[in-house]
Design a protein around this ligand. Structure first.
Ligand SMILES: Nc1nc2c(ncn2[C@@H]2O[C@H](COP(=O)(O)OP(=O)(O)OP(=O)(O)O)[C@@H](O)[C@H]2O)c(=O)[nH]1
Ligand SMILES: [Mg+2]
Length: 303
């Protein structure tokens, strides 16, 4: 019998490169929400994946972005702090947006990875969208850095390269006993996952700017004892009263559609009918101050 292994692998990179899609694809389960908009993920999220004789534990992180607000800084710190707590680092790039040069955020991540002196691999995601020869300059440039043990082109969307990626990560997982209960899928409570599903629908339905101003708080989550029904009350926080009107839409129609889509997703997750009530509240400029972040639960205490 081979030795039992268990270890943490984090996905780190700029926003929108596909870190969350990648974690979900490797898990075969939807753990983290995914949208076409940058800065979707706001917390570190653990996905526990059973593999042969062991556990591969994925840690999804927020995208590293040099924005000026407190929320941008918080997300960057959450991501970079995670590097210290894992066994293997997977640096994720979107090969449709990098051909030759890396952005300052990428450089910052690379320096942080180098400082950890940990095992790292580079994952070039979204290969379904580029002509393979176009990858050569970026592969060469990453190779020259001497930070990465392996350079792995993948498509989280089509699944191409994922078996190799899983294998490469597993090869680098240290020996050790299981770190989580084998029946667990994530470290996050149902309340968190449910809030995320509503935030996902809000982000998908609202225009370019608004998604960053949105925060979702589950104020009540109750599974009924007398029948299979989860009763959920959610508060959607926005930063300005004009945004409240946009979220609600004409006679509340937009929010009704969003809440209905979120409810369906929650029912799939929970496995029972859901009664979802939503309420929109203005929390002025919450993304711009540490106080605002704290109010919405974005604190840096780990896990
Ligand atoms: N074509 C293509 N699209 C992809 C692939 N992987 C992810 N995407 C898309 O890229 C967008 C961003 O994906 P996410 O997984 O949310 O990216 P992320 O890196 O987690 O983003 P943040 O949480 O904002 O840091 C979504 O629209 C995904 O569907 C891929 O392999 N190919
Ligand atoms: Mg993400």
């Amino acid at each position: 019998m081979t030795e039992h292994r268990a270890g943490f692998v984090t996905f780190v990179g700029r926003p929108n490169v596909g870190k969350s899609t990648l974690m979900n694809a490797l898990m075969g389960e939807k753990i983290a929400i995914v949208t076409p908009k940058p800065q979707t993920t706001r917390d570190r999220i653990v996905g526990i994946c059973p593999v042969d004789n062991g556990q591969l534990i994925f840690v999804d992180t927020p995208g590293v972005h040099h924005g000026k607000y407190a929320l941008n800084r918080h997300l960057r710190e959450v991501a970079l702090e995670t590097l210290a707590d894992v066994d293997v680092i997977a640096f994720v790039l979107d090969c449709t947006s990098v051909q030759k040069s890396l952005l300052p955020e990428d450089e910052e991540i690379l320096s942080a990875i180098a400082r950890t002196e940990k095992t790292a691999v580079a994952v070039l995601n979204k290969v379904d969208r580029v002509h393979k020869p176009k990858l050569l300059p970026i592969l060469a440039s990453l190779g020259r850095r001497e930070i990465f043990d392996a350079l792995i082109p993948v498509s989280a969307k089509t699944g191409s390269g994922l078996d190799r990626l899983r294998h490469e990560l597993w090869e680098r997982t240290p020996p050790g006993p299981p770190l989580y209960d084998p029946d667990e899928l994530t470290d996050k409570p149902m309340r968190f996952l449910v809030a995320e599903l509503l935030r996902e629908q809000l982000m998908l339905s609202l225009g370019q700017e608004l998604p960053y101003s949105l925060g979702v708080e589950i104020v009540r989550f109750k599974q009924r004892d007398d029948r299979p029904l989860a009763e959920i009350d959610a508060t959607i926080h926005v930063e300005r009263s004009s945004q409240k009107g946009i979220v609600l839409g004409e006679r509340g129609k937009r929010l009704k559609g969003i809440a209905s889509a979120a409810r369906v997703a929650m029912e799939t997750l929970i496995g029972s009918p859901v009664y979802l009530r939503t309420h929109v509240r203005v929390e002025p400029n919450w993304t711009r101050s540490d106080r605002g972040l704290k109010k919405l639960g974005y604190t840096r205490t780990k896990k």
